[in-house]
Design a protein around this ligand. Structure first.
Ligand SMILES: Nc1ncnc2c1ncn2[C@@H]1O[C@H](COP(=O)(O)OP(=O)(O)OP(=O)(O)O)[C@@H](O)[C@H]1O
Ligand SMILES: [Mg+2]
Length: 267
């Protein structure tokens, strides 16, 4: 697709359900929230931006996924990699790819690709190019956003959900900075709680750095906005009765004098 300096951000709200901790239910939650919105009549575009392609594998038949991945590097490619490949190979602007129709009402999928890791390895250089006010830096950093924008526009969906891999890398940086909202799923364990702190710190730095870079952006270039609102965290693997026990135990230690205080239920 030809570059368009007039590309406007589509109205669909872009949401990432993200935590860099692995296995905390990002993919499962993304799919279920999207399906619930679909059943309410809202149009949802699911973007599998995780090179593991779990969401794609979950939603499409194995042979369809195999075919998509076999073809994705060629001229008939229809994955996210096929769409951003011209940017990575400096051959031009993004290529428009079709979304996949799903059996779930009102849901559409942009399929993931293991080759997205090739795109990721370009993104640090593209970020540095932005600092030098190079248009290619801004176009590259916003490439995935532009792909999503064109498909969201064509389908006129209400929501876009990104399903991302478990890491704090340049691919997830450009995705989170493209989102309007971020929801952080976390399991009730010490590692997940620690991950919340790291993510908060990293996100704040990314937002600040990107706002500095945006001040350098040339006019008429499509760019990611870089101001995601954190809607909150969503805890799971939470057992209310056990948690009450643990809470009680804590109180017993801190205040062994008062049995009454020790039986207060958790909030
Ligand atoms: N609410 C839930 N109740 C029970 N099991 C769940 C729930 N959510 C997710 N799981 C299970 O937890 C495992 C990890 O879930 P999922 O793949 O969604 O996590 P993820 O954060 O996307 O992982 P990754 O970081 O590898 O992308 C899966 O086996 C999934 O079936
Ligand atoms: Mg996942």
């Amino acid at each position: 697709m030809a570059s368009s300096p007039l590309r406007r951000r589509h109205r669909a709200k872009r949401i990432a359900i993200f935590n860099h901790k692995g296995g905390v239910g990002k993919t499962t939650l993304t799919l279920n929230v999207a399906a619930a919105l679909g059943s309410l009549g809202k149009g949802v575009l699911l973007v599998d931006s995780d090179p593991q392609c779990n969401l794609t594998s979950y939603l499409l038949e194995d042979k369809v996924v195999d075919n998509l991945l076999d073809q994705s590097d060629g001229p008939n490619g229809e994955t996210l990699w096929s769409a951003v490949k011209p940017i990575v190979e400096a051959e031009g602007d993004i290529k428009l790819i079709p979304s996949k129709e799903l059996s779930v009402p009102n849901l559409h999928l942009l399929p993931g690709d293991i080759r997205l890791s090739d795109f990721e390895s370009e993104l640090n250089q593209l970020w540095a190019d932005c600092l030098q006010r190079k248009v290619k830096g801004f176009r590259g950093t916003a490439a995935l956003s532009a792909v999503v924008n064109d498909v969201a526009e064509a389908l006129d969906v209400d929501f876009v959900f990104f399903d991302s891999g478990p890491n704090i890398g340049p691919l997830n940086r450009s995705i989170l900075l493209d989102c309007d909202y971020l929801i952080v799923p976390a399991a009730c364990d010490v590692f997940s709680v620690r991950a919340l702190k790291t993510l908060g710190h990293t996100l704040a730095t990314w937002i600040q750095d990107w706002q500095t870079i945006l001040a350098l952006a040339p006019d008429q270039v499509y760019r990611i906005p870089g101001r995601p609102t954190v809607m909150g965290s969503l805890m799971w693997k939470f057992h209310s009765s056990r948690s009450q026990c643990r809470y009680r135990a804590t109180l017993w230690k801190r205040s062994s004098r008062s049995r009454k205080e020790a039986t207060i239920a958790p909030r």
